[in-house]
Design a protein around this ligand. Structure first.
Ligand code: ADP
Length: 160
C-alpha cells in the first residue's frame, strides 16, 4: 500500500498539549503527518516561525511520523507541491465550527482534491488555546500544565 500523508496547518504560537494530542491522533491514522507552521504575519504572532518550529520539533521528537515545516502562502499550493491532499484540523467546541467549516469549503473550492479531516482532542484539552496560554503566561501564571517544556521555556524567555 502507498503511504498516506496528511498536513496539519496552524499558527502553533506556541504549541499546546491540545495540538500535540491532535498530532498523536493523526499519526494513528496516517503514515506521515506534516505539521505546517503558518508564517501568519497578519496575526502578529509572539514567536517567529523558526521558534515555533523548534518548539514543535522538540515536543514531537519521539514520533518519527511527524515532520515540521514552515508554510508560506496558500495551503492548497503547499498541498499540490507535496502531493498530499488530506488536511487535519482540530475541533474543540462548537465555537470552532463556523470558521473551520468556512476554511474547509474554501480550500475545497480552490483545490477539489483537498479533503479536511477534523479530529477532537481529549476532553481535558478542549479549553486550551495558544491565545489563552499566552494570556496566563503574561500575567505570571504557571503554563506547564498546558504546554510542553519547550513552550514553557519559550514563553518564559519571551515574556521576561
Ligand atoms: P490557527 O491560527 O490556524 O487556528 P492554531 O495553532 O490556533 O492555528 O490551531 C491549529 C489547529 O489546531 C486548528 O484547527 C485549531 O482548531 C486546532 N486546535 C488548537 N488548539 C486545540 C486544542 N486544544 N485541541 C484541539 N485542537 C486544537
Amino acid at each position: 500500500m502507498t503511504p498516506r500523508g496528511a498536513i496539519y496547518p496552524g499558527s502553533f504560537d506556541p504549541v499546546t498539549f491540545g495540538h500535540l494530542d491532535v498530532i498523536s491522533r493523526a499519526t494513528q491514522l496516517f503514515d506521515l503527518v506534516i505539521v505546517a507552521v503558518a508564517t501568519g504575519e497578519g496575526k502578529h504572532p509572539l514567536f517567529t516561525v523558526e521558534e515555533r518550529i523548534r518548539m514543535l520539533e522538540e515536543s514531537t521528537a519521539n514520533n518519527p511520523a511527524v515532520e515540521v515545516v514552515s508554510l508560506d502562502g496558500l495551503l492548497v499550493d503547499f498541498a499540490r507541491d507535496r502531493g498530499i491532499f488530506t488536511v487535519i484540523r482540530g475541533l474543540r467546541a462548537v465555537s470552532d465550527f463556523e470558521f473551520e467549516f468556512q476554511m474547509a469549503l474554501m480550500n475545497r473550492k480552490l483545490e477539489p482534491r483537498l479533503e479536511t479531516v477534523f479530529l477532537t482532542p481529549k476532553e481535558d484539552y478542549t479549553y486550551l488555546s495558544s491565545r489563552i496560554v499566552k494570556e496566563v503566561a503574561r500575567l505570571g501564571g504557571d503554563v506547564s500544565p498546558f504546554v510542553p517544556p519547550s513552550a514553557t521555556r519559550g514563553l518564559r524567555t519571551k515574556l521576561e
